[in-house]
Design a protein. Sequence first.
Length: 144
Amino acid sequence: MKAFSNGTFGKVHVLRLDSGDFLLESIEEFVKTQGIKNAVVLSGIGTLDYCTIYMVLTTDFPVEKHFAKWENKPLELVSVDGVIADGHIHLHAVVSDCKGAYAGHLEQGCRISYLGEIVIAEMDGFNFERRLNEQGTNLLEDKS
């Protein structure tokens, strides 16, 4: 385990996503246009009609992934959270329908059906980067 404990919260942003907006792509655009380097996505809720997430299917390397896709299906966006490190976005989501809840790594192409609300808090005092280890895992590091 490695812990990074020298930062504080900076500016907090609340994004309202409207019908037809794409979830991850909207967050990516906002982070880029605002020049956000290091942040945490604290909350994400809403509704979706298209969604793709992936889950890992193996406990060793190489990682095998299962992509779950919904097309033109009503979904509740129960949660989105994750870390933005050096401008790189790593988010997970929980979505549900009338049969159950599903969680995994958020992919592009998730479209807002009615509304979406995302809360992003910038983190000051960190100098994060992502680096690949020998297994290909994209690790979070602080260069401070």
